[in-house]
Each structure stands twice: as C-alpha cells, then as structure tokens.
Design a protein around this ligand. Structure first.
Ligand code: ADP
Ligand code: MG
Length: 583
C-alpha cells in the first residue's frame, strides 16, 4: 500500500539547516525537496523530534522563505549503481557534472538533477544465469563489458531470501532500463531486474564472506612497497602539511597501483585544485593501456560547495567502490582530503548545537572515521571469487601538526601510516613520506603468508631501515660536534643511511621511468643497495668516503632513469657493481 505523501513547511532556517514542521511519517536520513522559487532543492533529514525535522539542504538556500513547502521522498540518500559509472565525474550528490555543464553552460544551476547513469547508452549483455536457477541478492545474472571491467549484472541487493530465475534476456544490446531478468521470490511475486540498482550511501554494501587482507597491494612506489606496505583490501592514511605532496602521491598510486577500478574522492582544499584534477585526470595515460579515466570515477567537491554535499561525497565514493568489489574486482578508493570531510561534519554538528568534542569536532568523529575505513576489506563472493576494496585517505591537519583529532582518530583505525613531513618536502626528498615516523601493520602478515622472495625482501628492508634511524642519530650528533667529532665508522653508517634514502626511498614522480617501479625491478635495486649497506668499507679519509658515496648515488639515480631490461640498463647496473667491488 502506498503511504500518503508526507509534506511539511519551513518554520526556521539557519544557513542550509531548515527546521520543517511535517504531517505524517518521516525517517532519519530521508531525502526531501524544498520547493522554492519554482525550483526543488534536495536535502536530507538529519534530526527528528516530535513533528519537527531538521533538514540539511545540499544546495545554496538563498531565497528560501518561511512557509515554503517541503516534500518528503521516503527514500534515503541513495547511490545509483550500474554500467557507465566509470569515466564519469560526479559531485557529492552523484550529479554527472559534465552532462550538467553540457546542458546548462558554464555555471552549475541550482536544483537541476540529472540521472547519474546514462539512460540511452546500450550495453552488450551476456547472460550467465538461466531460468530455474536459485539465486540470492548479489548473485551474478550476466555481465556487460565496461572498459576493461567485466561489469556483472547482479540480483538486486534489496532482494529478500531465495529467488528462482524465471527468465534471463538473451545475449544482446540493452539500455540500463531494459528488463534483463525476472526473478520469483519466496512468496511467488515476480520481480523485474534491470541493470540499475540503488543503495543508501551511508550503509556498507557488502554481501559475502569477509577475509583478512593477506596480499600486498603493489603500488610501484618503493618507499611504500618496501618498508610501509599496503594490503589489497587494507587501509592507509597519508597525513601531511599543505604542499608536502599528498595529492601527487595519491595520483601516483591511482595510476600505478595494481588495481582494476579507482574511485577518487576530491574534497578540494580549494576550488582551483578540483579544476586541476578535472583537467589533468582525463589526460593521464593508463600504464596498462588506454586512459586512466577508463577505469576511474571521480567524485568532486570544493570547499565552497554546501556542507552536506561535502559530507556525502565520501560515502558516494565508497559505495561506488564497494559496488565494483561486489563483482569480484580489486578496487581502490582515495579521498583527498578527509580533513575537509571532517570539517563538514563539524559544521553540521555546530549548527545542530550538539555538544562539541575536541577542537569543536563532534563527539562521534572517531566512530564516523572508523566506520568509513571499516568499509574496506577483502570479500569472498558466492561463486568463490574475491573482490577487494582498499581505502586511502589524505589528511591535511593545519600546520602539519598530527596531534589533532582527525589525524589521531584516523591513525587509530588504519593499517598503514604514510606520514608526509615538511622537513622532507622542503629538502625535496620525494615522496616526502617520513621513514622515521611511518609504519605498516601489514608487513608481518605478508611475512607469515609470503613466499621466499617476500620473506627475503622484508628481512632486507628491516636491515636497511636500521640505517635510517642510525644515520638520523649520527646526523644530529654531527650537527652539534661537526664531522670531525664522529668516528669514521659512524661517518660511513651515516653515508650508507643517506644513500639508502636517496637511492631507494626517494623516487622521482616526474621521471617517466622512475615514477613507477615494478616489483622485480625493485628487488634488483634492493639487492644492490644491500650489497652496499652490508659491505665493510675502509676509506682513507672522510672526503674520499663522501665522494665515493656521491658518485655511487649519482650512478644509481641514472640507473633508475633507464628503462628496465635494456642494454643501457644492464650497462649501468654493471658499472655500479664494479664500483661496489672495487671499493
Ligand atoms: P599537497 O597535496 O600535500 O598539498 P601536492 O601533492 O599538491 O601537495 O604537492 C605540492 C608540490 O610538491 C607539487 O606541485 C610538486 O612540485 C612537489 N611534489 C610533490 N610530490 C612530489 C614527488 N613525488 N616528486 C617531485 N615533486 C613532488
Ligand atoms: Mg593536495
């Protein structure tokens, strides 16, 4: 039976927060439309008491008056799912920005909503289920090719209990609205299935068995893949001060990580930054062929967009990523930066006059952050295949001070901390991930489950990392007592640490070859690095030691810039070997 329409009127307004008196039934997080000046502005119910609801409107609310009418939609804020999400740029409410711009011109109009997924485009459907099959929600019925992804068409996630497939469409070309299957539920009711689904953004989309992430996500970035490894289906955070290289690092990871689908949530620091992303991203080539955008979807917001849209963008992004994981795909969701999202939470909480916690963030900040990263993970699906969702969040604390609520709460839930430091970016030691403060909880797990090469690698890295801490201490001592004040042995340890830093941990994101280093090449590099770190040198004096390591470092970096497995590559490698043996 259809509910009577619930309607209400605005009785108070404060910024984008409206108090609405209503008649009927209203649900928390229900979508509403405020009718104002012939437009309908979308919003969400965020608090209900008695017959009054607090409504956060996603659009600028200029011109909204007391007494304006409000319609309650009965649906929660949902994300539209289906083929055609990749290559798209959405805002935090999943409006397709390019299509809106094409329809409306330069300025994004208020209150214009277009469906996120194209209704006319046709997709080549190949069935995999057949009449009589017993299915449950999220079971595969068939698939369509979407770029390089085998996009599975699934039994609706809202389907309850076991169902019997009555019919499946033949192989052929269909729009997302065409019925491609019919399924009978346990009560005998037959449901039409199309390629489109909807899911409430704030609820995890996860059907299957959760597995512990045990496989390494190779990012092609040495300092990550070496000492601070990330797991497929794991989580990591990259806090850092402004300009330390968080965004460059995220772009590197989205480009080179061993991942099939990337969802980028750009909660812009400033409007210009989002424009840069929209201009740059579509240009980027995918190292696996084609354009990076073909397997990417971007959700973007600037800090000038209304607070609720900024808050929801992260949830829209993670839901899209979960959707692809549900097909057995390895996905990655990157949020840049989660500090903007946390600020949106703070603004909303402030307007609701909630009791503030630390630094005026709401008391539930910790649980919101935990809930978000909790949505990452490896999932075993009904057909035995696996999908994964890795979540990486940039954090931009004011002044780069990590002792603040967003950074601290993030670090207490993620599996890997890649802390960018001002000191390193000022010294142009990129990526500016600080090896003295960063950590990963995944390496031990890879060690337990890994093969001989993985174990060798982790053991070597542990030895190498000791040189970083030792050379840091010696360096500090040197800055007090001078080079003459330390022993020759300490001097060599210091130079070895600096060498390992320069030739393994640092990597040039702007050199076409060095920007991405695959695992086999990384292992070759590590072997030579270890030869040097383990060698007992006997230099006549400090100057000779210094110039030896300078030469070595230079040759190593030249080697990094040569394409793998070419003659020149082998030549440079032999030169370095000779230099090591000759010393
Ligand atoms: P953030 O997002 O932390 O504010 P960005 O990612 O925008 O910082 O980086 C700021 C600048 O630092 C870049 O424009 C670039 O010049 C430099 N940079 C960052 N990462 C690297 C890198 N890996 N290699 C070389 N330069 C880098
Ligand atoms: Mg940035």
């Amino acid at each position: 039976m259809q509910h009577a329409e619930t309607t209400g009127i605005i009785v108070a307004a404060q910024g984008n927060l409206m108090t609405v008196q209503f008649d009927g039934i209203v649900r928390q997080n229900e979508v509403v439309f405020v009718a104002s000046q012939g437009r309908k502005l979308k919003g969400e119910v965020i608090e209900i008491s008695g017959n009054e609801a607090k409504v956060q409107v996603f659009e600028p609310t200029r011109g909204v008056k007391l007494g304006d009418k409000v319609e309650f939609d009965k649906d929660l804020l949902t994300v539209e799912l289906g083929p055609g999400l990749l290559t798209e740029v959405f805002d935090g409410l999943q409006n397709p920005l390019e299509k809106i711009a094409a329809q409306a011109g330069y300025f994004l109009p208020i209150g214009l909503y277009l469906p996120p997924i194209d209704r006319e485009n046709k997709w080549d459907f190949t069935p995999s289920a057949k009449a009589g099959d017993i299915v449950e929600r999220a079971y595969f019925l068939g698939s369509v090719p979407e770029g390089k992804i085998d996009h599975k068409i699934m039994v609706p996630f809202t389907f309850v209990g076991k169902g019997t497939v009555v019919s499946v469409a033949e192989k052929g070309s269909y729009t997302v609205d065409n019925v491609i299957a019919t399924i009978k539920d346990e009560e005998g009711k037959v449901h039409d299935v199309t390629m489109i689904q909807h899911w409430p953004a704030k609820f995890p989309l996860r059907f299957g068995q959760r597995k512990l992430p045990t496989e390494q996500l190779v990012t092609a970035c040495r300092i990550i893949d070496g000492p601070f490894a990330v797991a497929k289906g794991g989580t990591f955070a990259t806090p850092g001060p402004f300009g330390a290289g968080k965004t460059v690092l995220q772009h590197q990871i989205s480009k080179y990580a061993d991942i099939e689908v990337v969802i980028v949530v750009a909660c812009g620091e400033r409007a210009g930054e989002v424009v840069e992303i929209l201009k740059e991203f579509p240009e980027l080539d995918d190292p696996k062929g084609g354009k990076l955008m073909d397997r990417t979807s971007i959700i973007c917001n600037t800090s000038s967009m209304p607070v609720a849209a900024r808050e929801s963008s992260v949830y829209v992004g993670v839901t899209l990523a979960e959707y692809y994981r549900q097909m057995g795909v390895d996905t990655l969701m990157l949020a840049d930066s989660t500090s903007r999202w946390a600020q949106a939470l703070r603004e909303m909480s402030g307007r609701l006059e909630e009791i503030p916690g630390e630094e005026a963030f709401p008391a539930y900040l910790a649980s919101r952050i935990a809930e978000l990263y909790e949505r990452a993970g490896v999932l075993e699906l009904a057909d035995g295949s696996q999908g994964s969702l890795t979540i990486g969040g940039a954090v931009s604390p004011a002044g780069g001070n990590f002792e603040e609520p967003v950074t601290l709460n993030t670090l207490s839930v993620v599996g890997c901390f890649l802390g960018l430091s001002r000191a390193r970016s000022d010294a142009r030691r990129f990526p500016a991930i600080d090896p003295l403060i960063s950590w990963s909880k995944y390496s031990d797990r890879f060690y337990e489950n890994g093969d001989d090469i993985i174990k060798w690698r982790i053991d070597q890295i542990k030895i190498a990392q000791k040189f970083i801490t030792e050379s840091d201490e010696i360096g500090k001592k040197m800055s007090v007592v001078g080079e003459e004040g330390i022993s020759m042995i300490d001097m060599v340890t210091y130079l070895k640490g600096e060498f390992y830093d320069a030739c393994f941990l640092q990597q040039n994101a702007f050199d076409t070859v060095d920007s991405a280093t695959m695992m086999d090449r990384q292992n070759e590099q590590l072997t030579l690095v270890m030869n040097i770190l383990n060698k007992k040198f006997s230099f006549a004096d400090r100057d000779i030691a210094r110039s030896y390591f300078l030469d070595l470092t230079d040759k190593f970096i030249q080697w990094h810039y040569t394409p793998h497995k070419t003659d020149l590559y082998n030549e440079k490698k032999s030169e370095i070997k000779n230099l090591i043996e000759g010393a």
